[in-house]
Design a protein around this ligand. Structure first.
Ligand code: SF4
Ligand code: SF4
Length: 178
């Protein structure tokens, strides 16, 4: 029984069934960076060394998420905001006595989540802005161009970036094409 289920005050009959996918850990193992998953023995050293876990009440650290991968709690994990809170600082990787890279495992989980379209709204907005304008902060680039690029003999035409983004859109986001 999971910690969450133990702490729940809801009557058993009203609780949502936990979806377990035994294949999920194999999916993560196949992703680049996911290979070290099988060496984790759940000591918790990574979470003790995680700076985000130390300062956040909501982020419980990499050990718990790795356990969720091992148990196949796919839906709960990929729909969770916790996987996106990790700052990728790799402190966890440095302290793990088993040579596991929790940071890379979380990268693998985020990639799987993104493929399943579980992407935080703020990140979607960033991608939409870049796909729409070709830039995240077009004004700041324009200012930079006016102030410096010309003096430095660099390309001052912003359209070169828009052409590049059009190519990316065509290849990776065909549904965004008009
Ligand atoms: S990833 Fe390493 S430090 Fe973290 S729980 Fe597993 S074995 Fe321990
Ligand atoms: S990489 Fe992520 S999980 Fe690892 S210590 Fe940094 S914030 Fe924590």
């Amino acid at each position: 029984m999971t910690e969450e289920a133990t702490e729940s005050k809801e009557p058993v009959s009203r609780r949502r069934p936990v979806i377990v996918d035994p294949e999920f850990k194999h999916k993560v193992l196949r992703e680049p960076g996911g290979e070290s998953l099988r060496r984790c023995f759940q000591c918790g050293t990574c979470t003790a060394g995680c700076i985000i876990a130390q300062y956040s009440d909501e982020y419980q650290g990499p050990r718990k998420m790795i356990r969720m991968v091992q148990l196949g709690l796919v839906e709960d994990l990929i729909s969770s905001s916790e996987i996106w809170v990790c700052s990728k600082c790799h402190s966890c990787t440095e302290v793990c006595p088993q040579g596991v890279s929790p940071a890379d495992i979380l990268n693998a989980v985020r990639r799987i989540a993104a493929k399943e379209k579980h992407i935080p709204h703020a990140y979607r907005q960033i991608v939409d802005t870049v796909l729409e304008d070709g830039w995240l902060l077009e004004d700041s680039y324009s200012d930079f161009i006016e102030d410096d690029r010309d003096d430095m003999g660099l390309e001052t035409e912003l359209n070169w970036n828009k052409k590049f983004v059009e190519r990316i859109k065509k290849k990776y986001f065909p549904e965004a094409e008009e």
